[in-house]
Ligand binder design. Structure first.
Ligand code: PMP
Length: 359
């Protein structure tokens, strides 16, 4: 009954629900500090929230052509609206890209460590994943990537800033990759926190896809809004394979509202960027962790003393959730989302206490 690739997948591992964590740790859900999923803890602006409380047309299907949202995104990105498609999170756009392009036996190149979805999804579409390790400083190893490109290579996934390592791909590196002719999926989920984008290269190169999201800068992870800027032929193919009503009415409305209130929304991004510096400096002062510089709304840390999973547990006992990894490449690392100033204070205080405990 069940396809072999599906039987080969690891069992379903639900993300810990906040209720379950609260129960286990004896905290109320409200008291937990959630720094494990790179969410924007400021949330959306009051105007965006207000726009979402007008239940006048929820009995109707959403606009399948996403007209208003795509126009607003064209204004924000400078891209042609015909090349923009909104997805149910950028996660969905990753699936749609694979659905539209992959033939059984094709290969997908993934420089690691990076976002796990690039590794998990291609096999479901019949593709083989070829992982290419990044350099010690997490920079792309372009020689190795070029060496991995072969006749069956369908695409390469590159996140910039990369999750979880926080570093950028340079324009020079991206151009070198694009010149190989392979389709490059540049995932700019966090670009607002870096203040830098390589989207303009999509005017020059027909083999560049740029993925973005409203989950991070716009504080709307719960509404599931991603978008992509695609080369025209690929955009046309994605319109064919996507479900007509993939994005719901609230999400489409939130796109317009968030972009109409851009300056207010961006103030929070600026605050998070400042807070990232404060968290980084605070972490560096502890001898427990070695933080890596980051251009995203998160900081990856190598645990220098003790075991990363043990440190994760000790933070959890104090009501603080951070991201841990089972992947051997990151087993000794934790990723901490940059939250509000009080979250920085709380996590640094907890880490100081733990440092004394494990001294
Ligand atoms: N790309 C990267 C690099 C991410 O880190 C994430 C979220 N963790 C996503 C995409 C998914 O974003 P969305 O919420 O839009 O599906």
């Amino acid at each position: 009954l069940i396809r072999q690739v599906v039987r080969d997948l690891p069992g379903y591992q639900p993300v810990d629900s906040l209720e379950a964590v609260a129960r286990e740790t004896g905290h109320t859900v409200h008291a937990l500090i959630k720094l494990d999923a790179n969410e924007n803890l400021y949330g959306p602006s009051p105007r965006v929230l207000e726009a979402l409380t007008r239940p006048d047309d929820y009995h109707l299907y959403p606009d399948a052509s996403q007209q208003a949202a795509r126009q607003a995104l064209a204004g924000y990105t400078g891209a042609d609206p015909d090349r923009i498609i909104v997805g149910n999170g950028s996660d969905e756009l990753i699936d749609l890209l694979l659905l539209a392009t992959v033939e059984p036996g094709d290969e997908v190149i993934v420089p690691v460590p990076t976002f796990g979805v690039y590794l998990d999804r291609p096999p479901l579409f019949g593709a083989t994943v070829r992982v290419v390790p990044r350099r010690d400083d997490f920079d792309l190893d372009l020689d190795q990537i070029e060496a991995a490109i072969g006749e069956r290579t369908k695409l390469v996934f590159v996140a910039s800033p990369n999750n979880p390592t926080g570093n950028l791909v340079s324009a020079q590196q991206l151009v070198r990759l694009l010149r190989t002719g392979v389709l490059v999926v540049l995932d700019e989920a966090y670009f607002e926190f870096a203040g830098r984008t390589l989207l303009p290269l999509s005017r020059e190169f027909e083999n560049l896809v740029v993925l973005r999201t409203f989950s991070k800068w716009a504080g709307l992870a719960g509404l599931r809004i991603g978008y992509g800027i695609f080369p025209p032929a690929l955009a046309e193919a994605i319109w064919r394979v996507k479900q007509p009503f993939n994005v719901n009415t609230l999400a489409l409305r939130a796109v317009e509202a968030a972009l109409a209130d851009l300056s207010v929304q961006m103030q929070k991004v600026i605050r998070i960027r400042l807070e990232r510096g404060r968290l980084f400096r605070g972490l560096r002062r502890l001898d427990l962790l070695q933080p890596y510089p980051s251009r995203g709304n998160f900081i990856l840390c190598r645990v220098a003393r003790g075991d990363a999973h043990d440190l994760h547990r000790r933070l959890l006992a104090r009501g603080i959730l951070v991201r841990k990894y089972d992947d051997p490449l990151l087993r000794q690392h934790l990723r901490i989302t940059v939250g509000l100033p009080e979250h920085t204070d709380r996590v640094l205080q907890a880490l100081r206490e733990i440092a004394d405990e494990v001294a």
